[in-house]
Design a protein around this ligand. Structure first.
Ligand code: ADP
Ligand code: MG
Length: 375
């Protein structure tokens, strides 16, 4: 089994059941590629409907018509950082300080103009940016092009989880997006089955998984229409079958896989965390559990962290390094943070993606598996 081909960051050569949407993207961007007209398109759909995969496939097919840059706005969190990251595609050493957002944008457009290039900028999970940064990014999308006509050279393909995102836009941005909106529906059981057959064909040796088993997974995932969930079950079931030395992936492995994880838990990412990151995440989860609250402060979590370190025999890190781990966990999407300004600034932490109880069980198992070594 070639597990890497089932992981979420692997982009398959084709996307069955998204051909229509792919064509629509081509249409919407054709004038941008061929003429002198900017374009902004929004993909809307819930988790696992293929927003990331579709936008990346489209980017892959842009070829020589434009330079393609992919940014995930959950990870790259501000308009400024997005622009710096984009700029680095052209100037790898472009500095991350010393310029304002508008200056970076000017430099970018100037570069495109000078080299007569176009840029297809994919802003995946754009809703995250609006949540954390307010509507500042709108500047890039609407007001700036009015000021600098050469900005037509930047075509934007954004994604977001729900239509309610549109309520947060100003009239003019809304106007652009509403006409260029592609909604990705949740996959039906039959569509999920086709996707699973295709992806299993890439990742798993013939005969190792029966069609009935794939159908079983498709039916399970059809409640949410989420291909990510379907693929994670297949991945998990494959791992279990392998561990047990089974010649095939059977429905029983699928049942066990489903029972053993929560779809948003990103188990395979969890498995790649370093011990100190596991302890840090465990501390956040435990603190949230013991306080029964939606948010906890980083300071109080640090105390819980120190206790967890003692329990599992690790030397606690200094607060600043503990903080670095929180940052990484945030970047990976396990922890969400929110800055509250009162007397001073306080950072509040939370976990949104999975029940903390489920997470704690997983993390405790991991922490035990690291053994009692000193970090
Ligand atoms: P979203 O970004 O909407 O949450 P993703 O693009 O990450 O969803 O898709 C989830 C997973 O399912 C990824 O591993 C992706 O490769 C896969 N996937 C989604 N749609 C398809 C499809 N039509 N064909 C094959 N694989 C797909
Ligand atoms: Mg995505």
């Amino acid at each position: 089994m070639d597990k890497t081909k089932l992981l979420p960051d692997y982009l398959p050569p084709k996307l069955p059941h998204r051909e229509k949407e792919m064509k629509r993207l081509e249409q919407l961007f054709s004038e941008f590629f061929e003429g002198k007209m900017g374009q902004k398109v929004l993909l809307v759909g819930s988790v696992g409907v293929g927003k990331t995969a579709l936008s990346q496939s489209f980017g892959r097919e842009v070829g020589k018509r434009a330079v393609y840059v992919y940014i995930n706005c959950r990870i790259t969190r501000s308009p400024f950082l997005i622009l710096v990251e984009t700029m680095r595609k052209f100037h790898p050493t472009f500095p991350s300080r010393g310029y304002s957002t508008e200056e970076v944008l000017n430099a970018l457009v100037e570069h495109l103009d000078k080299h007569d290039q176009k840029l297809l900028l994919v802003l995946d999970e754009l809703d995250y940016l609006v949540e954390t940064e307010g509507s500042d990014f709108l500047y890039l999308l609407t007001r700036y092009p009015e000021k600098n006509p050469e900005a037509w050279r930047i075509g934007i393909l954004a994604t977001c989880k729900s239509r309610s995102f549109l309520d947060k836009l100003d009239a003019s941005t809304l106007g652009t997006f509403i006409h260029n909106l592609i909604e990705l529906n949740r996959y039906t059981a039959d569509q999920l089955f086709d996707i699973l057959v295709y992806r299993a064909g890439e990742a798993i040796a013939p005969g190792k998984v029966g069609r009935e088993t794939l159908r079983f997974i498709a039916d399970m995932a059809s409640a949410t229409g989420d291909a990510r969930f379907a693929l994670e079950i297949l991945y998990r079931a494959g791992c279990l079958a392998e561990q047990r030395g089974s010649p095939q992936i059977f429905p029983e492995h699928v049942r066990e896989a489903k029972a053993s994880f929560y779809p948003e838990l990103k188990k395979h990412v969890l498995l790649e965390l370093r011990p100190q990151e596991v302890l840090t995440l465990l501390a956040v989860a435990r603190r949230l559990r013991s306080t029964k609250s939606a948010y906890v402060t980083a300071k109080e979590t640090y105390e819980t962290y120190q206790v967890a370190c003692e329990e599992y025999g690790w030397e606690p890190l200094a607060y600043t390094r503990f903080w670095d781990n929180l940052e990484r966990l945030r970047a990976l999407g396990f922890v969400t943070t929110k800055l509250v300004r009162g007397k001073g600034a306080t950072t509040l932490l939370s976990i949104e993606e999975a029940p903390v109880e489920v997470l704690i069980q997983e993390l405790e198992r991991l922490a035990e598996s690291f053994g009692k070594t000193v970090s």
